[in-house]
Design a protein around this ligand. Structure first.
Ligand code: ZN
Length: 213
């Protein structure tokens, strides 16, 4: 089992961007608050508000059709325009991870998806994100392109364009899904991607992943 080192040092030395207090409009200062906290925060010297910035959750679903093919979308938006992904995006306030994944599926592929269990939880600290990848199934035969996806297709495992996958988390999620399905099991995988892939790494994301994790 991997040992996780926890320490009181800031996890990174760069200051996240924030200029003004959203409560009163004054300029904030970046310092350790006086309340026993151990990390620097954006603190408002005028109204005293401490602004906490925390990682964002990405929710995704691998929707399966009755014949076993899965629904894939070609990105019509940056970043990674033209690359392939399953439906995934930022979780919204007030929804559960499964609701968010179903909403993303509808927005990106017009498909109504029943979201089932988790496939993977992937930490991506270099972009301050946690990705929650679910399995799911299509509730009906309808799907199609949207403003976010130039193409939406059902694909067999052998049709997956592995060289053209948008993000490492999508690549890894798909591998977990297909490996588990072949083995006839449902597992929840966890992975920490701690290093940002370079442009060169992205040319062969499978090789990079096998070295990076
Ligand atoms: Zn303020």
């Amino acid at each position: 089992m991997r040992r996780v080192r926890w320490c009181l040092e800031p996890p990174r030395d760069t200051k996240p961007p924030m200029k003004f207090c959203s409560a009163c409009g004054q300029e904030v200062v970046y310092r350790v608050p006086d309340d026993g906290d151990h990390l620097p925060r954006h603190v408002c010297p005028a109204c005293g508000t401490v602004h906490y910035l925390n990682p964002k959750l990405i929710v995704g679903v691998i929707p399966e059709a009755v014949d076993g093919r899965i629904l894939m979308c070609r990105r019509n938006i940056e970043p990674r325009f033209g690359k392939w992904t399953f439906p995934a995006g930022f979780m919204e306030l007030g929804e559960t991870s499964a609701q968010g994944a179903a909403r993303e599926a509808l927005e990106e592929s017009q498909a109504e998806v029943e979201v089932d269990g988790l496939v993977a939880v992937i930490n991506v600290p270099y972009v301050d994100q946690v990705h929650l990848i679910h399995r799911g199934h299509l509730r009906g035969p309808h799907y199609g392109p949207t403003s976010e996806s130039s193409e939406v297709q059902l694909m067999r495992e052998e049709d997956i364009p592995w060289e053209e996958i948008a993000f490492p988390t999508i690549y890894r999620g798909l591998r977990y899904f297909f490996d588990d399905r072949r083995a006839g099991q449902h597992s929840v995988h966890t992975l920490d991607l701690v290093r940002r892939p370079t442009r060169e790494d992205r040319a062969d994301i499978g090789r990079w992943l096998s070295e990076a994790s």
